[in-house]
Every structure is written in structure tokens, then in C-alpha cells.
Design a binder for this molecule. Structure first.
Ligand code: ADP
Length: 544
């Protein structure tokens, strides 16, 4: 036993020694560790001073616990002073909205040592800000876990991004939902971007269209015209162009479009691409074509109708002319035999019988007058006309000579302008016209009024207006047009005899001479009839 004891003792001694050595080594290690952790603390403190220089908010918090460091930029951004921030839990102080649950974020920090992402914070004055956050976990020597959080304010950047996204979305919507085709076209004519409407117009899918150039789907006859404009655009001779052209659709049909093209240049003013607006004008074109065809056939139809009407008119006039002629012969017989009975058997008749015969004679003469007027009228519409230089002076003189008896009987005074000018017309027609107007001026006169007729002219540019003015009974304005129609009379033949054809002859005659006519009149204030023809005086000699 005594021999064994020293061995055990030695064993124990050696173990104690080892223990002491281990203890020493442990102390050395602890000392070193403490030194290192002090260094870390010191370096953190150094950094804290630097941290204040940082423009970005930066703060340190203990994991699951409060803030231990809060720099100036954090004070500026969040509005909380360092004193207010210390000890507070950051997510409570800043009402942090995390993209993931806080517990998850903490476990990421623990496992991966860092986290980065966007956070939404609320400042002391209640503003909401978005920050780009970077968080790093630091293991302190004393076992504490610190998180260094550095945040960059990206609120404005975010707002710009949102606005940009919105405007891009708006642009996309406008582009896609536009009622017209819109495309971006490369300088070689290849489609770069096309909207749905353009695909609908030409019948190609977007993919098919993007593999083609505009030349390939343009109607061959329109290609050169289009490229001409493109070249001018590239040369800067045009800022944009607009043309109607045809595309060949996928199914081979041809469609008309109105194309507007502008060139987009890059920041170095070099041509970049074209923007084309393509408007489907097929239906408009079709409608135009239909209108054109309709117009063409309409003109044809009008021509045919006019021709058949003219033919019918000619036949009617010929008929009226011949029948009028034929009617005059039996009338003359009627009048002649009435006269013969009166002359040969007048003494055998009583006064009633003689008055019957008188009435027959008057009626026959009246009818003869009517037929003569009708013949004159129809001759006017039928006769071939050549305009000649007609001196109005001689025309009116002839008429006055012809009406001399009537003038004398009525005691009328005639006031005629001296040296009446010449006009382009036809003597026979003008004699009839002037004679009818003066005749009416003498006829339509109130009881116990001496007729006073004035004839004078007025130059109106290349025309001469001839006035026939009377002091007669006048005409209500509502009849000023209708009295120029055949048989249109305002009085019975007892009051004022007549056939109702005189003014129709005036109208037809002046119309055939290419002139105008009219009147100014009121009941009881006389009438002022006028007609207008081209001046044929010396200085207007070539004015025909
Ligand atoms: P007529 O003289 O045979 O009746 P017109 O054709 O010459 O036929 O005239 C048509 C009508 O116009 C006349 O019946 C008369 O009522 C009216 N008229 C024509 N001239 C005058 C005038 N100078 N003054 C008043 N009324 C007139």
C-alpha cells in the first residue's frame, strides 16, 4: 500500500498541475477575449463618432431590445432626438411596417447575420417614409446581440417610380386601346411595336407583323410614294407627313388607311424611329366611291330625263302652234259670218238678236287675240336666237308709233330719256317686250287719272337696266312674281281687258336674251317695271 500511495499522489499532483496550467491558459484566454471585446467596444465608439458624419440615418439596437446608438442623420430624418430614441424598440418608435413578420426578420438576422429590404417608417411628425434598410447582427463579447441598422430615405425615388409606372401604364393603355393603329417603325421600315388596332386593320397577329416591314404589306403602287415621304422626313425636309394609302391584308384584301408619320430623333439629333398613326378609312372611301357612282348615274339620269322632257316640250309646242293656227280659220269664219248676218239681215233682226251677234263678234275677236298672243309666246320659245346689237332708241320709237292712237285716246304723257343706249338682244323680241310694258302702263290706270309713262335707262356695270314707270293702280308685292306667269291676271276682263300673256312674253323674251327682269310696285303708288340686258354701247362693243 505504501508503495502504491506515492504513485497516486504523483498522479494527483500532475493533474493539479495540469489543472493549474489549464486555469492559467483559461485566464490568459479570458484576458485576451476581454481585451478583444474592449477593442470592439472601443472601435464601435470610434465608429459612433464617424457614424454621426454619415448622411444616412444609422442606429444600433439590441436584438429584442432597445436602441443604443442614434446618429444625427436619424435625428434629422425621423425627428426623434438621440435621447428620445435611446432604450426604445426601433420598430415601436418608428411604427415600422415590415415586408415580413418581425420574428421572421429577427430569425434571419440570427441565422444569416444580416438582412436588407424596404421598410416603411413613420416620423415623429407623422409623415410616412420609405427606406432602403440594411441590418447587420454583431455578437458582442459579453454575449449581447446588437443590430446595426442603416437606412436610406428612398421616399421620393419611390414616388417617382410609382408615377413612372403609372404613366407607363397609361401610355400602354392609350397605345393598346387607341381607336387608331399606332406603331413604332424602324428606319428600315420594319415594325418595332404595333398596337392591337393596327393588327385588326391588316389582319396580322402581332408576332406576324413584327417579322415584316411596312413595305411588304403596302400595296405595290403606294410603296414608292410612301418611301419618298420617308426620305424627306429623314432629310429633315418634312417634320411629319400624312397620306392615304393601301395595305394588303393577311387575307389578300386591300384596305385603305390614312397614315400620319413623324420621326423621333435621339438625344444626338440622329433619326431613331418613326411613329405611325394608321386610321382605317375604308368605309369613308367606300362611301365616297358610292357617292361618286351615284353622282355619275344621277347626272346621266338627269340628262336622259331632261332630253325626254325637252322632246315632250317640243312636241307640245309644235302641237300648240299648229292647233292655234288651225283655230284661227274657223274663228275668222265665225266672225265673218256674224258680220255678214248683221250687214245683210240686220234690219230683219230685233235689237236683242243684233246684240247677240255683236257679242259673238267680240268673243271671236277676243279669242283671236288670245290665240295670237299664244302664238307669239310659243314662237318665242321655239325660235332660234342670235344676239344682235339693238339700239333701244329705235325700238321704243317703233313701239310709240305703234301705240300712237292709244296714247292719244288716253291723253297720256310720255317721258322718254334721250339717246337710249344699245343693248345685246333681238329686235323682234324687244319690240314685243317694250310694247307689252308700255301697253300695260297705259292700261292699268285708275279712273280719271291721266296716264304718265316714263322710260329711262340706268347703266349697271356691263348691263343696261331699262325702266318703264307708270302712275297706275300698282301691284301688291305678293303678286310680283306670279304676274309673269301665263294667264295670271289680277283683274277681270270687264275692268281691264287682256289675255294674261303679256308679262309671260316679257319674261320668256328676256330670259331667252340672257337678261333679268323685275318690278317695284305698291298698290296705289304706280309700278316700275325693269329689264336688264348686256350693254352694247361703243365702249362695251366687245362685251357680248
Ligand atoms: P294682261 O295685261 O293681258 O292682263 P299681263 O301678263 O300683261 O296680262 O299682265 C298680268 C297682270 O299683271 C295683269 O292682269 C295686271 O293685273 C297686272 N299688271 C301688269 N302690268 C301692270 C301695271 N303696269 N300696273 C298694274 N298692274 C299690272
Amino acid at each position: 500500500m505504501s508503495s502504491a500511495q506515492p504513485t497516486v499522489v504523483t498522479e494527483i499532483e500532475s493533474l493539479r498541475k495540469q489543472l493549474l496550467e489549464l486555469q492559467h491558459a483559461h485566464d490568459v484566454l479570458r484576458h485576451q477575449l476581454a481585451k478583444q471585446s474592449l477593442n470592439i467596444e472601443l472601435s464601435l465608439l470610434d465608429k459612433a463618432a464617424l457614424v454621426d458624419e454619415s448622411l444616412d440615418p444609422l442606429f444600433v439596437w439590441r436584438l429584442y431590445d432597445g436602441i443604443t446608438l442614434w446618429n444625427c442623420a436619424a435625428e434629422d430624418l425621423y425627428g426623434f432626438s438621440a435621447a428620445e430614441a435611446f432604450g426604445r424598440r426601433s420598430h415601436e418608435l418608428l411604427q415600422t411596417r415590415h415586408p415580413l413578420p418581425l420574428t421572421e426578420l429577427e430569425s434571419i438576422l440570427l441565422t444569416e447575420g444580416q438582412w436588407a429590404g424596404e421598410l416603411i417608417h413613420t416620423t415623429k411628425d407623422g409623415r410616412t417614409i420609405v427606406v432602403d434598410s440594411r441590418q447587420r447582427l454583431i455578437h458582442r463579447a459579453d454575449g449581447q446581440l446588437l443590430v446595426v441598422e442603416s437606412n436610406r430615405n428612398i421616399t421620393e425615388k419611390k414616388a417617382v417610380e410609382v408615377a413612372l409606372r403609372l404613366s407607363e401604364a397609361r401610355f400602354r393603355d392609350t397605345f393598346e386601346q387607341a381607336a387608331v393603329g399606332i406603331a413604332h417603325v424602324g428606319l428600315e421600315g420594319n415594325w418595332l411595336l404595333v398596337n392591337q388596332r393596327l393588327c385588326d386593320i391588316v389582319g396580322y397577329s402581332r408576332e406576324e407583323l413584327l417579322k415584316r416591314s411596312f413595305t411588304e404589306i403596302t400595296y405595290p403602287e403606294d410603296v414608292e410614294r410612301d418611301w419618298n415621304c420617308v426620305r424627306k422626313l429623314l432629310a429633315g425636309e418634312l417634320s411629319a407627313y400624312d397620306m392615304e394609302k393601301r395595305y394588303i391584308c393577311r387575307d389578300g384584301s386591300i384596305t385603305w388607311v390614312n397614315l400620319t408619320v413623324a420621326l423621333v430623333r435621339n438625344e444626338h439629333d440622329q433619326p431613331g424611329y418613326f411613329i405611325s398613326i394608321v386610321e382605317d378609312i375604308n368605309s369613308r372611301r367606300k362611301a365616297e366611291e358610292e357617292v361618286r357612282i351615284l353622282n355619275a348615274t344621277l347626272e346621266q339620269r338627269v340628262r336622259e330625263r331632261t332630253a325626254s322632257l325637252e322632246e315632250a316640250n317640243r312636241e307640245l309646242e309644235a302641237f300648240a302652234y299648229t292647233t292655234s293656227h288651225d283655230l284661227r280659220a274657223p274663228l275668222r269664219t265665225l266672225e265673218g259670218f256674224s258680220q255678214a248676218i248683221l250687214e245683210d239681215y240686220g234690219d230683219k233682226l230685233d235689237s236683242l238678236g243684233r246684240s247677240y251677234l255683236d257679242r259673238i263678234t267680240v268673243a271671236a275677236r277676243r279669242m283671236d287675240l288670245l290665240i295670237q298672243d299664244l302664238l307669239n309666246y310659243s314662237r318665242l320659245t321655239r325660235a332660234e336666237l342670235r344676239l344682235e346689237r339693238v339700239p333701244l332708241q329705235s325700238i321704243t320709237q317703233q313701239v310709240v308709233r305703234h301705240l300712237e292712237r292709244t296714247l292719244q285716246e288716253s291723253g297720256a304723257t310720255l317721258d322718254m330719256q334721250e339717246n337710249l343706249p344699245a343693248v345685246w338682244g333681238n329686235s323682234a323680241i324687244l319690240i314685243q317686250v317694250v310694247s307689252n310694258l308700255i301697253g300695260n302702263a297705259l292700261k292699268f290706270i285708275g279712273p280719271n287719272v291721266t296716264p304718265h309713262v316714263g322710260i329711262y335707262t340706268e347703266r349697271r356695270g356691263e348691263f343696261v337696266r331699262v325702266w318703264v314707270v307708270d302712275n297706275g293702280i300698282g301691284i301688291e308685292p305678293r303678286h310680283h312674281q306670279s304676274i309673269f306667269e301665263v294667264f295670271h291676271r289680277l283683274h277681270g276682263s270687264e275692268a281691264y281687258p287682256g289675255t294674261g300673256i303679256g308679262l309671260a312674253i316679257v319674261r320668256k323674251g328676256i330670259e331667252r336674251l340672257g337678261g333679268a327682269f323685275g318690278l317695284e310696285s305698291e298698290v296705289g303708288k304706280g309700278s316700275r317695271f325693269w329689264f336688264e340686258l348686256k350693254d352694247a354701247s361703243e365702249h362695251h362693243g366687245l362685251a357680248q
